[in-house]
Design a protein around this ligand. Structure first.
Ligand code: HEM
Length: 199
């Protein structure tokens, strides 16, 4: 954001460019990514259950197929809910971002391009996660309610494609912190000509 506008927040802003010590968004992203990945992974294990049954029995792990699908469903619902907060905190923190100028990321992008792609990508991912939850809900409670295999192969395929988008989104986000110093105290101190080791 324009430094003049940031001045309006006066001394509420710390060296990391935020009115609080630890950025919120980088903490929430791990819940979005982790819960979604776990949701799809458990559904894959549930679908392949007939093949794995002998392994679970050999390891004496008491697993039921419906239990695996329960984990897939509840993780997805949690991912959908938490991602609203992930995106909201991302918007708040991007508004207060002052990226280090004159730098290009490992993908050859400048700070503004990275911020735009990451911002748009985040909203797109939120929409996809919500749509996946609705699709999963229909499979669980309507279309496949009485079937042993609760999810369609196409659902798993789309889930795996979303993993790829998450990789792109996460890497763009990591560039914001790691290469452009967004909300990283040490980078911001260096930008101001201060020595981070002396504070
Ligand atoms: C599903 C949605 C999103 C995911 C999975 C995601 C993922 C990430 C990841 C992995 C990072 C790096 C965190 C780190 O360095 O530890 C990051 C950073 C960042 N993201 Fe996102 N992001 C999402 C949505 C958004 C949106 C919608 C915005 C803003 C419009 C945004 C703004 C930022 C900013 C400003 C950073 C720099 C670190 C900070 O916030 O302090 N993100 N994101």
């Amino acid at each position: 954001m324009n430094p003049d506008l940031l001045e309006q927040m006066g001394n509420q802003i710390g060296f990391n460019g935020l009115p609080y010590i630890v950025p919120i968004h980088p903490n929430l992203v791990h819940l979005t990514l982790g819960l979604f990945i776990a949701a799809i992974a458990f559904d894959i294990v549930g679908v392949l259950f007939p093949v794995e049954k002998a392994v679970f029995r050999y390891l004496a792990i008491p697993v039921t197929r419906s239990g695996l699908f329960d984990v897939g469903w509840y993780n997805l619902v949690a991912a959908a809910i938490i991602t609203f907060f992930t995106v909201a905190s991302g918007f708040y923190e991007i508004m207060l971002a002052v990226p280090v100028a004159g730098v290009r990321s490992a993908w050859g992008l400048e700070a503004l391009e990275t911020m735009l792609w990451h911002g748009v990508g985040g909203v797109f991912l939120l929409a996809l996660i919500v749509l996946m939850t609705v699709w999963r809900g229909f499979q669980r409670f309507r279309w496949r309610k009485d079937m042993a295999r609760q999810v369609q192969w196409s659902y798993l395929g789309v889930g795996l494609l979303i993993f790829l988008l998450m990789f792109l989104q996460g890497t763009l986000g990591a560039h914001l912190g790691g290469e452009f110093g967004v909300h990283v105290t040490a980078d911001q101190l260096l930008r101001l000509g201060e020595n981070p080791n002396q504070l």
